[in-house]
Write a protein that binds this ligand. Structure first.
Ligand code: ATP
Length: 379
């Protein structure tokens, strides 16, 4: 059997100029009174994509999902599904199903009745319903729980019933609003992989709303980072992390150190930057930043090395004081206060049980990094 990764690794229709978008938001705005929840937003999602909408509470991600499901109509703009304008089409006539945060299971019905409910309403013949329910129970590995009621299940099992119920009608698109919100951390992580498996098996398009960046990074083919009703960047998890488009995206996803500065010189290899109080940074990934531009340099903590002496070969090195140390087991996080006052976060994997270069609070220390370790941000 092929692994999940091997199927997904070649999946990138967004890089194929001939690929037809499946879901299209075209300049969509949604206003509630004077308040603009979604602002002139354009976005395309491809068939079989696992797409995540990521953003802080209130950024408009649920509103976007609700418009796709048909529970809200856009104030202006269009939403197309497989080329068809969805305007005026009621939710039940859209090939879209939504799984809600609260799951909304019927408490008095057994697991199998919960799953069968929508099929019955649709008028599916009983033998077919029975077959489909059995198929769904198998899919979410709940065959042994068919006769139980929701209160006799764990949170994770309830979540799987809700999922089975949402996919039972075989929608083309499944919308999931914080699908794992009610689960504890460990179960969430397990369930993330189950969801990815399920999506692959069924060949559906998933659009998931989450405010949990790790969840989005784990599951999604692409992520749209949203802020105040607008999309800040749409990219794969690796691109969002390694090549954020702006200070906002860099800070929103993962930990980052930001050095504000100016481009002193563009070189053939990249650029030389000057930061506050004489900090000099040599970078390779300077994008389209021109000489003289005010920019930021963003670098992730794991790409910074901390040492007691200045490494001889370091293109970039700055001296400071070990201000804080957090030992997390698998890694250690250092906060180094540079001589210019800025606190830099650096993390080191604890690949061995002891270290040759132990550093402790108030030690003088050097942080160093390679020219290709970070990116220049112009926004
Ligand atoms: P959360 O993660 O908290 O669910 P969200 O990003 O999904 O947040 P939305 O539910 O899309 O946010 O809401 C976006 C904004 O629109 C919020 O400020 C919200 O208060 C507002 N809003 C949503 N629905 C309505 C409504 N029916 N009437 C008025 N304002 C609304």
């Amino acid at each position: 059997m092929k692994s999940l990764g091997s199927i997904r690794k070649d999946f990138a229709p967004w890089n194929d100029s001939n690929a037809k978008p499946y879901i299209q938001f075209e300049q969509v705005t949604k206003k509630f009174g004077d308040f603009t929840a979604v602002n002139n937003l354009s976005l395309t999602i491809f068939e079989r994509e696992f797409f995540a909408l990521l953003g802080a509470s209130g950024c408009g991600k649920s509103t976007l999902l609700r418009m796709l499901a048909g529970f809200e109509e856009p104030t202006s703009g269009r939403i197309l599904l497989d080329g068809q304008n969805l305007a005026g089409i009621p939710p039940y006539r859209r090939p879209v199903n939504m799984m809600f945060q609260s799951y909304a299971l019927f408490p008095h019905m057994t697991v199998e009745k919960n799953i069968a409910f929508g099929l019955k309403q649709e008028g599916m013949p009983a033998p077919e319903i029975e077959k489909r329910v059995a198929e769904m129970l198998k899919l979410v590995k709940l065959e042994a729980f068919a006769k139980r009621k929701p209160h006799q299940l764990s949170g994770g099992q309830r979540q799987r019933v809700a999922l089975a119920r949402s996919v039972a009608k075989r929608p083309k698109v499944l919308l999931l609003d914080e699908p794992l919100g009610a689960l504890d951390k460990k179960l969430r992580e397990e369930t993330q992989f189950e969801l990815m498996d399920l999506q692959q098996q069924l060949g559906l398009t998933f659009v998931v709303v989450t405010h949990d960046q790790e969840e989005a990074m784990t599951m999604a083919d692409r992520i749209a980072i949203m802020d105040k009703g607008e999309v800040m960047q749409v990219a794969t998890p690796a691109e969002v992390y390694e090549a954020p488009a702006s200070r906002f995206v860099a800070s929103f996803v993962g930990n980052v150190n930001i050095f504000e500065g100016k481009v002193i010189e563009r070189t053939a290899q990249g650029a030389q930057l000057a930061g506050a109080n004489g900090v000099q940074i040599l970078v390779e990934n300077a994008g389209d930043a021109v000489a003289g531009a005010e920019v930021a340099f963003a670098i992730r903590p794991e790409k910074i090395r901390v040492s007691s002496k200045r490494p001889a070969d370091a293109a970039n090195a700055m001296e400071g004081l070990v201000y804080d140390i957090a030992y997390l087991g698998d890694m250690t996080v250092y906060h180094v206060k540079l001589d210019n006052g800025q606190i830099v976060r650096a993390s080191a994997m604890n690949a061995t049980r002891t270290t040759d270069d132990p550093l402790t609070w108030d030690d003088r220390a050097w942080i160093s990094f390679r020219p290709d370790a970070g990116v220049v941000l112009t926004r």
